[in-house]
Unconditional design. Structure first.
Length: 289
């Protein structure tokens, strides 16, 4: 009898363990080390920059049914030309003005990441607005007229970490690889997350543009459009209480979507403060060199 009870007890433990394992599988988490070195070889070598280099992330909240939004697009493009490699622009199609409205606006350019950024982090369905390194926090947004001043202030800050990114597209296996190098310049307290986004430019689709003739532009060129993330909207835990001199490489292999055009894509990687979502630094690279 005791033997049978013991068997039932052990069986119960095994069942509980199986249930926990199933729960974990239903909530997959991308961890460091998912890079397919068996397919693509060792991770690339990075050389530390040696000098502090602060870059800026500009998130442009927009929608195809937003007639004032092209003014934001124009301002973002001006800043891209001014700051070149030191600014990364992400056009985030989200909210009610980005919803598909056939036949005029048949396409759905929204993403789950974009919806989270606008509706959860910012907490307002309003555009054209933008975030500049999410300063001073993730809910802070600015009108396009303020972007230039905010970018200038952000890029003048002393960075706590330098960042570099390398990426490549592997059509044979339908993958894209990303390698992010972080070089901490100062001691920092808290948890920091790594976010990897994919944007695409040169997408031709309708756009409303107030003041233009005609206002409905059937073949508008959309630039820097957020297409996906590799790490999820909030990113992956990367550092806890890092110290000056710490260096790290995070490498990933992600699945490719055939709807994207690799030659027109850019990879943007940035570190955020886990407490307030503020962006510490950012790096970008074309997916296809």
């Amino acid at each position: 009898m005791k033997s049978n009870l013991m068997k039932l007890f052990i069986l119960g433990l095994l069942c509980c363990t199986a249930l926990v394992a199933c729960d974990e599988e239903e909530q997959p988490i991308i961890e460091s080390g998912t890079y397919r070195s068996d397919l693509y070889g060792p991770v690339p070598i990075f050389t530390p920059l040696g000098i502090p280099l602060q870059r800026v992330l500009l998130e442009d909240f927009t929608g195809h049914d937003c007639g004032n939004c092209p003014n934001g697009h124009l301002r973002a493009e001006e800043l891209s030309l001014t700051y070149e490699e030191n600014i990364a622009v992400v056009a985030i199609h989200a909210g009610s003005l980005a919803a598909p409205l056939p036949p005029e606006y048949p396409d759905d350019w929204t993403t789950s990441e974009g919806a989270y950024y606008l509706l959860t982090q910012v907490g307002q369905d309003i555009m054209p607005k933008g975030r500049i390194n999410r300063r001073p926090g993730a809910s802070t947004i600015f009108s396009p007229s303020a972007w230039a001043g905010q970018v200038a202030e952000a890029i003048a800050e002393q960075p706590s970490v330098n960042m570099q990114v390398k990426a490549d597209y592997q059509p044979t296996n339908n993958h894209w690889n990303v390698h992010v190098f972080s070089e901490w310049l100062q001691n920092a307290t808290g948890n920091y997350k790594l976010v990897v986004l994919l944007t695409e430019s040169g997408i031709v689709a309708p756009q409303l543009f107030y003041g233009n003739d005609p206002e409905y532009i059937e073949e508008y060129h959309h630039e820097h459009m957020l297409r996906s993330s590799g790490t999820g909207a909030t990113g992956l835990n990367a550092f806890t209480n890092p110290t000056a001199g710490t260096t790290d490489i995070e490498s990933y292999t992600f699945d490719w979507n055939d709807e994207w055009v690799a030659d027109s894509c850019e990879v943007i990687a940035f570190l955020t403060d886990g407490d307030n979502g503020r962006v510490l630094n950012v790096a970008k690279t074309k997916l296809v060199q």
